[in-house]
Ligand binder design. Structure first.
Ligand code: IPD
Ligand code: CA
Ligand code: CA
Ligand code: CA
Length: 270
């Protein structure tokens, strides 16, 4: 696919270096004194932000902005800043903050590039395991450079499903889905990071991922990874005002996607 005048490859290579550098900085905070994290709560006690979240987002924006000054940004902690072209970098500096501040290793950094309405680069870095999940549109998905594929599970009972939930929606938006999954002898995991679970789905470790409401910075890189790994995702980017309001995300291996979409009530187009 051609996007006129925009060098996707150069942006990919640069962002790949930047996300590793950001990961190093985040690790210093993670391994440092928790008292230095200056944790604040946002909408509820489990919705937190620390100085690490803010500084890591600033590093990513500065380093990408230095190389590509025309590009725009949308990040969880610093909001939207429109650019002078169609590029929009969508950033979650730390996905899984509740894990990060409580010394659990399931947090990651997520960086995606959108050009207009299309997501074209997906990078998810998991510093504690030194795993970098990367994808560029049309070029497949990789973990530390090695190609990966989404799960080929045929039934939900063939593997584990990633599930996410926040207090942005009532419990009734997730409880029936978990019930159905268990009734079909399936199983679920919630490790505290949407991006990391989507990355795992792109590598076929999870059969898929579902969360009834998610924001674009949580899932944008995961969408590129999942599609490039031969998996299926709902039309998240076509939802109205999705960059402002977010929406449901369902990602799944190709053979279970329709079944899961029907189970949850999400429209499926093959
Ligand atoms: C959260 C995590 C969590 C998901 C929430 C997100 P944060 O992001 O991805 O797994 O269930 O919906 O808000 O706040 O840790 O960046
Ligand atoms: Ca957050
Ligand atoms: Ca997040
Ligand atoms: Ca975050």
């Amino acid at each position: 696919k051609a996007f006129s005048g925009i060098d996707i490859e150069a942006r990919f290579e640069h962002a790949r270096d930047v996300i590793r550098e950001a990961g190093k900085r985040a690790m210093e905070y993670y391994e440092g004194d928790a008292a230095d994290l200056a944790i604040e709560t946002k909408t509820n006690a489990l919705d937190m932000v620390s100085i690490a979240d803010k500084n890591v987002e600033a590093i990513i924006r500065d380093r990408i902005g230095d190389a590509f000054p025309e590009d725009g940004f949308l990040g969880e902690e610093m909001g939207i800043e429109k650019g002078d072209n169609d590029c929009l970098w969508v950033i979650d500096p730390i996905d899984g903050t509740a894990c990060f501040v409580n010394q659990m290793p399931t947090w990651c950094i997520s960086v995606a590039l959108m050009i207009g309405k299309e997501a074209v680069i997906g990078l998810i870095y998991h510093p504690c395991n030194d795993e970098l999940f990367s994808a560029v549109i049309g070029d497949g998905a990789r973990v530390n450079g090695e190609p990966v594929k989404a799960s080929n599970a045929k039934r939900v009972s063939d593997g584990v499903m990633g599930i996410g939930m926040s207090h942005r929606l009532p419990s009734s938006s997730i409880v029936p889905v978990i019930g159905q999954l268990l009734d079909e002898e399936g199983m679920f995991i919630r490790n505290g990071s949407c991006a990391l679970m989507m990355a795992y789905a792109s590598a076929g470790r999870l059969i898929g991922y579902y969360e009834p409401h998610i924001n674009p910075w949580d899932c944008m890189a995961g969408i590129v990874l999942m599609r490039e790994a031969g998996g299926w995702c709902n039309d998240f980017l076509d939802l109205p005002n999705v960059l402002e309001d977010g929406g449901p995300i369902l990602a799944a291996g190709p053979n279970v996607a329709k079944h899961l979409a029907d189970m949850i009530g999400i429209s499926y187009r093959g």
